[in-house]
Design a protein around this ligand. Structure first.
Ligand SMILES: *Cc1c(COP(=O)(O)O)cnc(C)c1O
Length: 373
């Protein structure tokens, strides 16, 4: 086996996805399964579809092209606003995209016309997190203009919270999104038969709000990535009850294993990368060097699964200390990753990605469900 290596257990992914789909469907909410952290890997996408996800979502057109090349025919949404320069690619590969700019929507309509097809869009609304979104006061005018484009189908509206400023989805901002959907239906149903079919409330950070028994209003879709893959609520960094948090594991190989002084010596200036731990005690440390570094992972987002302590990393080396036995040169250590470490590992060409095929095809039997929190 080559290292470094990420193993993604698709049985656990299937369990997480089907559990979340079941919980949300019972509230009338459909799930778009987001594939961006796995770079549109077709086995990952197929697992989400088997688990009951109706639409796939990815932020990069390259990942969507990859899924299409693999023969995936399910509806796919481009969930980052399209680049103006990619309108043709977007229309050719995605069924729907999330938009905020009329110039882009106009280009999508032209590209769709040229390709002899139609393209669906959601208009994203700014609700306070200050990433993408049309200001609520400008929404009506944007809809009016959108309805003039001949090859665009306006499917509905959406929002993103929790991403840039960590704004929490709650009754107030989600209530505003519902009200905006009601307003649009009222204003445009007579003139254009527009009905706001999809109201896409947000991402994994909406789960707590959606499942806590609040009135969910018009929200009928969420776009879920991290919660399915990591089993974690990103707002509070907490495990989600009943989901696996260990579907993803990083393996790296020990290339040096020695007893060394705990303190560095010589005159010191700034290291290339800031260290993740404070200064250590005097004496000696059982220290191992592993062949993985900043180029492949975010060391602050790793935790060693054998209880070792991660001291820090350089571009190509991870430095780990252990109180127990030193691992031999040539052996592998395993690590859990947070989302940031995972994203970097997935995009590093030095890290092998091993999507482990599902063993069981049906839903999991009750005795294999992980412990409740
Ligand atoms: C990444 C992304 C998602 C998924 O977010 P998670 O927190 O991973 O669930 C949803 N919507 C948009 C627009 C995104 O960029």
């Amino acid at each position: 086996m080559t290292a470094p290596r990420i193993e993604i257990n698709l049985d656990k992914v299937f369990h997480n996805a089907s559990t979340l789909v079941g919980r949300l469907n019972s509230h009338g909410i459909a799930v778009t399964g987001v594939t961006k952290a796995c770079m549109g890997n077709p086995s990952y996408a197929e697992t989400l579809l088997a688990a009951g996800v109706g639409t796939l979502g990815d932020s990069r057109i390259e990942n969507i092209e990859e899924m299409r090349r693999a023969g995936i025919a399910a509806p796919i949404a481009l969930i980052r606003a399209p680049m103006l320069s990619q309108a043709g690619l977007v229309v050719a590969n995605a069924d729907i995209s999330l938009n905020t700019e009329l110039d882009v929507i106009s280009a999508l309509s032209d590209a769709a016309q040229k390709a002899g097809r139609r393209h669906a869009i959601l208009l994203m609304v700014e609700l306070g997190d200050l990433r993408e979104g049309i200001m609520p006061d400008d929404l009506e005018e944007t809809v009016r203009r959108t309805l003039t484009f001949s090859h665009i189908d306006l499917r509905g509206i959406g929002a993103s919270l929790g991403c840039f400023n960590g704004v929490i989805p709650d009754g107030i901002n989600m209530g505003e999104l519902s009200r905006l959907a009601d307003d649009l239906d009222q204003k445009f149903c007579a003139s254009s038969n527009l009905v706001t079919r999809t109201v896409s409330g947000g991402n994994s950070s909406n789960l707590k709000w959606a499942l806590s028994g609040n009135s969910i209003g018009r929200i009928n879709e969420l776009r879920l990535g991290e919660s399915i893959l990591m089993g974690v609520d990103p707002l509070y960094r907490e495990p989600i009850e009943g989901l696996y948090t260990d579907a993803v594991t990083l393996f790296a190989e020990v290339i040096e294993s020695k007893i060394k002084p705990s303190q560095p010596w010589g005159e010191m200036a700034h290291p290339t990368f800031e260290k993740t731990t404070k200064t250590r005690h005097h004496g000696t440390t059982n220290q191992m060097v592993l062949a993985v570094g900043h180029q492949d992972i975010d060391p602050a987002g790793l935790s060693a699964l054998n209880g070792s302590e991660i001291l820090g990393a350089s571009s190509d080396h991870l430095i780990v200390a252990t109180n127990g036995c030193r691992a031999q040169v040539g052996t592998e250590l395993s690590f859990a990753l947070n989302y940031s470490a995972l994203l970097r590992a997935m995009t590093s060409r030095f890290v092998r990605k091993d999507f482990q095929a599902r063993q069981s095809l049906g839903p999991k039997s009750s005795e294999t469900v992980p412990r409740a929190e």
